[in-house]
Design a protein around this ligand. Structure first.
Ligand SMILES: [Zn+2]
Ligand SMILES: [Zn+2]
Length: 240
């Protein structure tokens, strides 16, 4: 047995012998996942929210005040979680600490919340700017889209949308600045053959990024664009 085969064998054997540990609290993992039963139960499900933009609310409504003033350029919306503890801790590890294991925990949890309101024919992860992709090493939206595509047998295309220009990190801007920051930032490289697509992202904050991607696809002739995001940030100041 050569050294690399031996290393692989040791890794496989240790997975059998050592139970996985929770990435949030280090307790024993549940169902062979790197998340314990308590942290899995604590994941904040986005059950009471706006039906158009998924913003968490005290009671579910078909359309929140903001959505009554502003049209949303997508059809169905699937955002199963609220961006709060302990999901935010996993997302931080996934996005900023290179933890693909945290990404797998998040995509497994997302799949558990299915099925989506409708099944599109193609999944399109929100693209990263090439510079950011190089520094992070992977696109977190693509890493989430792949297992979802596998679960629902939907192809994933990462060469349809692209960043037409570099933008600032949305998390560092207020709502008005976010809109201006991403306006015209996305373009369609090739028009997909499918008529019904879903854009996939990790965290939906104001929806400005997803709206720009949806507008670009609709302008390119795609008939129906849905939005799938892992989690929606609550309104500033909380739920009240
Ligand atoms: Zn835990
Ligand atoms: Zn809304």
């Amino acid at each position: 047995m050569d050294a690399s085969r031996l290393t692989q064998w040791i890794a496989a054997a240790s997975r059998l012998v050592l139970p996985p540990r929770c990435l949030v609290c280090s307790d024993q993992g549940h169902e062979a996942r790197e998340l314990c039963r308590a942290c899995y139960a604590a994941l904040p499900r986005n059950l009471a929210c706006c039906g158009r933009c998924a913003v968490p609310l005290p009671l579910p409504v078909p359309e929140c005040d903001a959505c009554q003033c502003e049209s949303r350029p997508w059809s169905d919306l699937w955002v199963p979680f609220e961006y709060a503890w302990p999901l935010d801790a996993l997302e931080t590890r996934f996005k900023f600490a290179g933890s693909l294991a945290a990404g797998r925990v998040l995509s497994d949890a997302w799949i558990d919340e299915g099925p989506p309101p409708s099944l599109p024919e193609l999944l399109l992860p929100v693209p990263l700017h090439p510079g950011r992709l190089r520094s992070r090493g992977y696109n977190q939206a693509l890493e989430l889209a792949r297992p979802l595509g596998g679960r629902y047998r939907i192809p994933v295309a990462h060469d349809v949308l692209y960043r037409a220009r570099k933008t600032d990190a949305q998390s560092e801007l207020d709502a008005a600045a976010r809109l201006g920051n991403v306006r015209g930032a996305f373009a369609v490289r090739r028009v997909p053959a499918q008529n019904h697509v879903a854009i996939v992202d990790d965290v939906m904050t104001t929806g400005a990024t997803l709206a720009e991607c949806a507008k670009a696809l609709v302008a390119a002739g795609v008939e129906r664009v849905d939005v799938w995001a892992l989690a929606r940030t609550p309104l500033p100041g909380g739920r009240s």
